[in-house]
Design a protein around this ligand. Sequence first.
Ligand code: COS
Length: 385
Amino acid sequence: MDYTIPENLALMVETIRRFVKKDLDPISQQVEKDDRIPDGIVEAMRELGLFGLSIPEEFGGLGLGALGECLVYEELSKTNACFRTRVATNNGIGSQGIVLDGTPEQKERYLPRLASGEWTACFALTEPEAGSDAANIQTTAELVEGRWLLNGRKHFITNGSESHVATVFALTDKSKRAKGGITAFIVEKTYPGFSVGTIESKMGMRGSHTCELIFDNCEVPAENVIGGQAKVGQGFKTAMKTLDKGRLTMAASALGAAQRLLELSVDYAKQRVQFGRPIAEFQAVQFMLADMASQIYAARQMLYHAAWLRDKRGSAVIKEASMVKLFCTEMAGRVADMAVQVHGGMGYMKDYPVERFYRDLRLTRIYEGTSEIQRLVIAREMLKA
Ligand code: COS
């Protein structure tokens, strides 16, 4: 086994590390207060190619594999989570339906714009009645005089209000649902009948916006079915394949945040004096640091292995991706809890980043598939004939 990170990826990681330290982290608390990423930073992320990490090079992206993408997200997640989230839907769930199943024409029209960050994409699957039960969507699409008319409401859509284009899943055959009755569409924000609804008020993830998308007889050209006419009814599979891929990067994000929390906790424990000694000298604190480090180490091995496996196989690693998302996000939750404990009262204060990480990380156990859904997928994969 050779665990060396390939040189090109190591260089990329170093570049992101410098960017995080010099440009992102110093403004992370400000972004939290303003609930907004400054335009100049979005521009800098564009220049670094962060909007096109996973988009193939022929369409202007960096064409990174799973390992490369995970390494970048791990670094990018050592600061405010909104920076990672700003680029993540473009690289992940927003664009991957087109990358995996799009027609050549769809790839040509959308991927270069998404890769450059000129456009942002979002993923519109979730609805009030379809969270974990993704097949229970109510949004419909009907073919009328050569174009599709979409009707319904999506909610909790990350980057929905910033996006120029959305991958939208709608029912085209109610009797078939997940088994041939859901179709994936590419919807541009300028299409008649498309609008952004309420922007949600959340526990954390400030600087990243989550909203409703409304389709009121929204007119979508016939050629905007992802994969073309032959893929009408096949959208649920596109959604599942897209989510499989995203699970590894979500795990990487949780890992990066956990690593930063460990570093903050070690630094704090060394300088915080109580009972006449730095608290790092107390075994109770040492044990928490040791548990954090051990769990991060285990999570990193799992993640890198699953990402390597995906790159090697060139296809989905369904069970492993769910295992990794489950383990890394749950691990990060435990690490965040211990980080607050090591910091004591300061860990509860808004002046310290620890409380922000604690709130932001909570979401990683819910979105892109809850921990319970990951367990369900793992068990199904194990038990299927
Ligand atoms: N890759 C490719 N195809 C897949 C797949 C995958 N990972 N998972 C399921 N499919 C296919 C199945 O093979 C089946 O196809 P056939 O009809 O050809 O057999 C079809 O999709 C329906 O699958 P299934 O019967 O398993 O659907 P269920 O309704 O039971 O749902 C779960 C499966 C629970 C796994 C799905 O609803 C899910 O992932 N829910 C969580 C959704 C989620 O992550 N939401 C977050 C939103 S984005 S922030």
